[in-house]
Design a protein around this ligand. Structure first.
Ligand code: PXG
Length: 301
């Protein structure tokens, strides 16, 4: 890692890691005013790039941020930055902030959004988590209601998730489950949640206040193609404790089986049959889909 040359894209230029800096007046820094995406590269192909860019432009629209690149130019910038870093398996962080302004809140004072693309080696959960399942707990802090700060927008305001992560750290856990203000289970700090009950997959609907995860959407499609029924329904912690299987989905984590939640053993306490089946299907699919960073071909499996 240390001797690898990291090239970071900032506003159309590829600069060395040490020179990759933004203004202290950037409203992304001062107010968390901006949006981002986390994307994976598998075997030289950017996984679900179009879907991630669609979500980025949707988040931008929702916060009235005009991204100074067309989606096509942004796709090219992502591909170029991955190639410049010489990594075939990587994690991409794409950030668009409101840009430098003054010390007031007013976004009208920010004339030029800041666009940043960072390509890093991916740091995964320990292998043990995938083999034996994760221990989860529910946390005190609630996910905001969609009419407060809609979790559907992937904004730079991640303090809500960080407060939940602090609760995780205090309990020696790596991930936790969050509820909304009505007590429905919504998602984890950086992952969506699925239950398996009587052979069916259940996941919270987007309106309850979640990020509509790209991995979530892929898993829903793969599950249906494999013949499992998938339903978007609200559920409580009671349903989590009494599920046959529970797993999380996210770009960094992929699919993670859950073994325990709040001290309750989920199902057999081991990764379940359907979870393992879908993990395998996801692994195969991830290798076969994506925009190549080496050629111009786009492979849609
Ligand atoms: N919910 C939330 C709140 C998230 O932040 C997901 C679900 C899963 O979405 P995708 O599209 O990735 O399937 C996320 C993912 C990381 C990391 O490094 C991930 C996210 C944000 C910050 C860091 O794992 N978002």
């Amino acid at each position: 890692m240390a001797d690898r040359v990291t090239k970071v894209y900032i506003n159309g230029r590829l600069v060395d890691r040490a020179e990759a800096t933004v203004s202290v007046f950037d409203h992304g820094f001062l107010y968390g005013d901006g949006i981002f995406e986390g994307i994976r590269v598998y075997g030289g192909r950017v996984f679900k790039l179009k879907e991630h860019l669609d979500r980025l432009y949707q988040s931008a629209k929702a916060i009235l941020l005009s991204i100074p690149l067309t989606p096509t130019a942004m796709e090219q910038a992502v591909v170029d930055t991955v190639r410049a870093n010489g990594l075939d398996n990587a994690y991409i962080r794409l950030v668009v902030s409101r840009g430098p302004g003054d010390l007031g809140l007013d976004p009208l004072r920010c004339s030029q959004p800041t666009v940043i693309i960072i390509v890093e080696e991916i740091s995964l959960y320990p292998q043990d988590v995938y083999l034996n399942g994760l221990e989860l707990a529910s946390v005190v802090v609630r996910r905001p209601a969609p009419d407060a700060l809609n979790p559907a927008m992937k904004t730079l305001n991640y303090l809500n998730n960080i407060l939940a992560k602090i609760e995780a750290n205090q309990r020696g856990l790596v991930e936790v489950l969050m509820l909304n203000h009505e007590g429905w289970v919504v998602e984890a700090t950086a992952d969506n949640v699925f239950l398996v009950k009587a052979g069916e997959l259940l996941t919270p609907p987007t309106y309850v206040g979640i990020l509509n995860g790209i991995t979530r959407q892929v898993v829903m499609v793969l599950a249906e193609a494999a013949g499992y029924r998938v339903r978007e329904v609200n559920f409580t912690l009671f349903d989590v404790y009494n599920a046959d299987e529970v797993f999380l989905t996210g770009t960094a984590a992929e699919m993670v089986p859950v073994a325990r939640c709040d001290g309750r053993v989920i199902g057999s306490g081991r990764p379940g049959r359907i979870t393992k089946d879908l993990m395998e299907r996801f692994r195969v699919y991830a290798k076969s889909e994506g925009v190549s960073v080496h050629g111009s071909e786009t492979i849609q499996a």
